[in-house]
Design a protein around this ligand. Structure first.
Ligand SMILES: [Zn+2]
Ligand SMILES: [Zn+2]
Length: 381
């Protein structure tokens, strides 16, 4: 007889599991099928509304899925953009969070890459078409069909995706990363967005020995960009509004730190840089920043302002310069980034917070009052 049973809440994770019987099979065997898991989460019920504690359903663990006990989730500036609909219409309720680190709690029968107990991470995407040229090239983030974002998206069944401000998540093993033992989970979490978002363009535009690279902004993305560019061997300059974080910038690997509020910065550095990676989401005067590049230099944006910005095309015509953008990285490259960070002893600088502090943390991110990434201890959800 078909029916469902909700098992008791389990431990500190407040997990209730619904088990359904789908009927008696032809041979008289009763098949049990786990349909979904109810987990605790923090969600924005509507655009611009404060986040609050709630519960959400996670899908049944499919044949290629892993169920992850989330330990930590980073707060990315894009969580705030999306929860407040700064980037356009969004799906609510929204459970943000695409910097997820945790431990595998269960695997589907055909999972080969992970086992229960493995330390893992999930970044900004949880699926893609797997067939287009971009997917085939390891550029799943640029999938022709559109990647499935970790939250504020729809999966292949049309169900909304929910992110890492939660106690558990179910993800296809092909979109799960391995967190090396040498990296603590709390420090690893922000690498899944801030790390790969900066690593990918620095690699693509050949940051390395003999190259002068500037990082615009010393926030969550910027501080990782400084560390990674330095580890790659480049000569790193931070361009920040003020010199407030200069000591940190130099400590993290920058050789120069200049205030963009000082007009002399643009005079002194004119025509001197090979690559600029802008991590800020405030609108910049692109013409001004392009003037800092050498011939054939590139200005790459990984931060996105909410409104269009204007450009004088002579800023790129003179000097054959490139204005570009870059979005996270593919799955294989994300794993490469995690392994690179371990090899070079890199991790995010974090402030660990409880779930109850999420809304306050959002305000502090908006006022650049975080050094350098808030990470939620999901045990407090
Ligand atoms: Zn992010
Ligand atoms: Zn694809």
């Amino acid at each position: 007889m078909p029916g469902c049973l909700t098992l008791p809440m389990v431990g500190p994770l407040n997990v209730g599991r619904t088990v359904c019987w789908v009927g008696i099979a032809a041979g008289g065997r009763m098949d049990a099928m786990t349909t979904s898991t109810t987990v605790a989460a923090y969600a924005a019920p509507a655009a611009k509304a404060p986040l609050e504690r709630t519960t959400i359903a996670r899908r049944a663990v499919g044949t290629h899925d892993v169920l992850i006990d989330i330990h930590y989730a980073g707060i990315c500036h894009s969580d705030i953009h999306q929860a407040r609909e700064g980037w356009g219409e969004a799906i609510f309720p929204m459970v943000p969070g695409h910097e997820i680190a945790g431990v595998v709690a269960e695997v589907g029968p055909d999972v080969t890459r992970f086992a229960v107990g493995d330390r893992v991470g999930v970044g900004c995407m949880v699926d893609s078409c797997r067939e287009c040229d971009n997917c085939a090239a390891g550029l799943e983030q640029y999938c022709d069909q559109g990647m499935v974002p970790t939250y504020n998206g729809l999966d292949k069944n049309g169900e909304p995706t929910y992110g890492g401000y939660s106690t558990r998540v179910v993800v296809d093993e092909n979109y799960v990363l391995r967190v090396p033992d040498a990296l603590s989970l709390a420090v690893a979490a922000p690498l899944l967005c801030a790390g790969i978002t900066t690593y990918a363009p620095l690699r693509h535009w050949n940051a390395g020995p003999g190259k002068k690279v500037a990082i615009v902004g010393m926030g969550g993305l910027g501080h990782m960009a400084v560390k990674i560019a330095h580890a790659l061997g480049a000569e790193v300059t931070v361009l920040s509004q003020s010199l407030r974080k200069q000591d940190d910038g130099l400590r993290l690997g920058a050789e120069h730190y200049r205030a963009t509020s000082d007009p002399r910065t643009f005079e002194d550095l004119a025509g001197s840089l090979d690559l600029i990676v802008s991590t800020v989401s405030a609108p910049l005067d692109l013409n001004q920043y392009l003037s800092l590049l050498k011939t054939d230099g590139a200005l790459v944006n990984v931060g996105a302002p909410e409104d269009p910005i204007s450009l004088n095309l002579f800023s790129v015509i003179a000097g054959r310069k490139t204005l570009a953008g870059s979005m996270i990285g593919g799955i294989a490259e994300t794993q490469e980034m995690l392994d690179f960070c371990v090899e070079h002893g890199l991790g995010a600088e974090i402030e660990l917070i409880t779930a109850a502090e999420i809304n306050e943390a959002y305000e502090r991110v908006l006022s650049s009052d975080v050094r350098y990434r808030f990470v939620i201890d999901t045990a407090t959800i």
